[in-house]
Ligand binder design. Sequence first.
Ligand code: FAD
Length: 385
Amino acid sequence: MTFDTDVLVVGGGILGCCVAYFLAQEGVDVLVIDRHDVNYQASGSNAGSLHVQMESARAKRTDPVYVAAIDRSLAVFAEGVKAWQRLAPTLDRDVELRVGGGLMLAETETELRFLEAKTKRERAQGLAVDVITAAEVRAIAPYLSERVIGAAYCPQEGKINPGIATPSLVRSAERLGARFRRQCELLALSPETGGFTATTRQGTIRCHRVVNAAGSWANAVADMVGIHLPTSRRPLHMNVTEATAPLVGHLIQHASRRLTAKQAEAGNVIIGGAWPASLHAITGEPAVLRATTESNLWVAQQLIPALGHLRLMRTWTAFNITMNDANPILGEVPRVPGFFMAVPANSGYTNGPIYGQLVAEAVRGKDPSFDISGFSIERFPERPS
Ligand SMILES: Cc1cc2nc3c(=O)[nH]c(=O)nc-3n(C[C@H](O)[C@H](O)[C@H](O)COP(=O)(O)OP(=O)(O)OC[C@H]3O[C@@H](n4cnc5c(N)ncnc54)[C@H](O)[C@@H]3O)c2cc1C
């Protein structure tokens, strides 16, 4: 079969779906292909945290070039949750978007000093983040352990249910005219005069422009047009407890331990924090590590003691993309006109709508709502793929 479209989006994760939604909203003919199903990989497997604060590992980097790049990106991070807040009311279901604030916890004076330095950098870029005392923490989050001696509090942080939000967004995009083809893997891509020819498992697609939104596999798609992406993928692990009465009212993170925790609307507590999974020896797919499960739950219980009374219901794993400077790659690749990148780094689900909007603007040749020049592929030295 041969299909024609103006814009071909490769990848039906949150980035690809958001790009398609914003393009379809402007009447652009757009087709999304995914080799599995939409929301099948990281976008349907993530923790649903809506992050605004810098992750602690990111904030601890000291290389001056890296620090400057991170600081420049913070203003866009502040827009990620706002973009979800604009989008969610237009969707056909409650996507469980709740902005109840986030706490990054400190248990030691060193961690507290780190949080003070971090929030200073964040406030300089317009983020609403403040260090609060142990008493203030206790007043708003009595479920936290006495071990906590302070926290960085960001009222803009929250949570969402990715299992509901992405499919709802896809339905909205379809109503606007976007098309989606599942089980349609891109195998090869040839730039030609005026566009591209894409070879897929379902046939040939001719298009004017291509958006690479293939997440952890974006490097393989970029390779098809001779572009090297400095990305890799890491298998990560998640846990969810049985449902309980309202307990964890915030998005919880830690200044130095690996921890995220939040309570879903159904009452289950979702526990993660970028703990590693292993790779299955035969399939190469991410697989649960028992040591990871135990360690992640131990940390969570240290900080939220009531979790110790709950049963673990399920664990799961998924690949997450890693970028060496922890910033996304967005916009057109100058060396391959018509080939656009929509590749996140940290907090890709939080920033899906804002990145999607920015890439859709670039595809339409509009000035971006934010300066995305710092997110160009051009920041990396050219290297043969
Ligand atoms: C365990 C875990 C927890 C996380 N927690 C959070 C969190 O709490 N908050 C947050 O903001 N972010 C979180 N993230 C990160 C976030 O989930 C990702 O950054 C985001 O979902 C990436 O979206 P994406 O659309 O770029 O990629 P994906 O969702 O991975 O989508 C890429 C799609 O491309 C498809 N594809 C790949 N190659 C091809 C091809 N050749 N042809 C056709 N299709 C192809 C894949 O099948 C896939 O569906 C987490 C990630 C993981 C793994």
